[in-house]
Design a protein around this ligand. Sequence first.
Ligand code: NAD
Length: 411
Amino acid sequence: MNALAATSRNFRNASRLLGLDAKIEKSLLIPFREIKVECTIPKDDGTLVSYVGFRVQHDNARGPMKGGIRYHHEVDPDEVNSLAQLMTWKTAVADLPYGGAKGGIGCTPRDLSKSELERLTRVFTQKIHDLIGTHTDVPAPDMGTNAQTMAWMLDEYSKFHGHSPAVVTGKPIDLGGSLGREAATGRGVVFATEAMLAEHGKSLKGLTFVIQGFGNVGSWAARLLHDKGGKVVAVSDITGALCNPNGLDIPALVKHKEDTGSLLNFSGGDTMNPNELLAQECDVLIPSALGGVLNKENASSVRAKFIVEAANQPTDVEADEILSKKGVIILPDIYANSGGVTVSYFEWVQNIQGFMWDEEKVNNELQRYMTKAFHNIKNMCKTHECNLRMGAFTLGVNRVARATVLRGWEA
Ligand code: NAD
């Protein structure tokens, strides 16, 4: 089942639990607008090359649409559609005044020079500038893009519309980015994990964690878990996997990765087979890399008691069923990784107010949002006698459905 079919299936199950009207169900499923543009740029050697860019704006019943821009060779309309829909439910679960969107360009960013990436970003922005905006659709970075990409988008957009810092989030601090944004998704993952463990009478201290992916989300989650007394016993990234049953020294590992670009040859741990990472014994498994990594081939070998989905869609539909039958508790992506979009919302608010918050305020507000969302999800679980994934979906879908009905149906 592809990502779009899996997201739509979760949506339909939530819709059934909520008893939504068929008309509303159909309206919520169909995207508000799908944009596909051709982006032709001169390469540094003067030859012309064309890429296809997408922006799917899924829903705006609760506010401007919000979602990342991904530069990756596998970007396709199905994936962008699925991620745009997930953003609609995610912003509603977090109770942000936003809808959902996602975009991307089918390219391999590491094969492009900095000036080629800048030209590509500017051409893409020229093609979509009429359809995005502070109160319409607010892009952010995603895989393959970063704060610099957002700076170019802001600059290009401002040529058409005047200085508009709130048109994108995830910007460099010097251009109106928020303090705390870089760590926000990993920090949100840790707040979400704490809220879930508290329900089970547990705290992070002394528990064991395995983390797949040591990029922005995985490395920040590892650092903060380590700071709070959690034992990170294994981590992996594209370069390989490492373990230490006594707990890895995460600050030293972060430094090693910064110095060498790799997790390998770290003196404080043993190299392990990356394929065995997800089956490593631990209390909490945190997939923080790719989608679809937990599937019917490996789900039965998982030995964690809890899974926290820091990546988007790491557990496929078959694995979800196998893990639930085993009694593994899964904290779903549309809640667990919502810390990033929540601090993006704080960035947007600061830009509109023209007033910068200090980092302590950002982090305290993030904790308040993550904790409140967890309790709201648990209430939905009780009402509908469902697991955390359906609790999150029913919470998000119900809020969007209510906003849609309140806006009215008459043309
Ligand atoms: P990133 O590019 O910074 O890091 C990705 C990490 O995954 C890297 O360490 C990479 O080496 C590793 N990786 C890639 N292939 C792997 C493999 N086969 N096995 C093990 N590790 C592998 O990306 P990120 O921003 O940390 O995002 C990670 C995930 O979190 C993605 O699914 C993304 O959609 C999701 N997410 C990110 C944010 C955010 O704010 N960055 C917000 C919400 C969701």
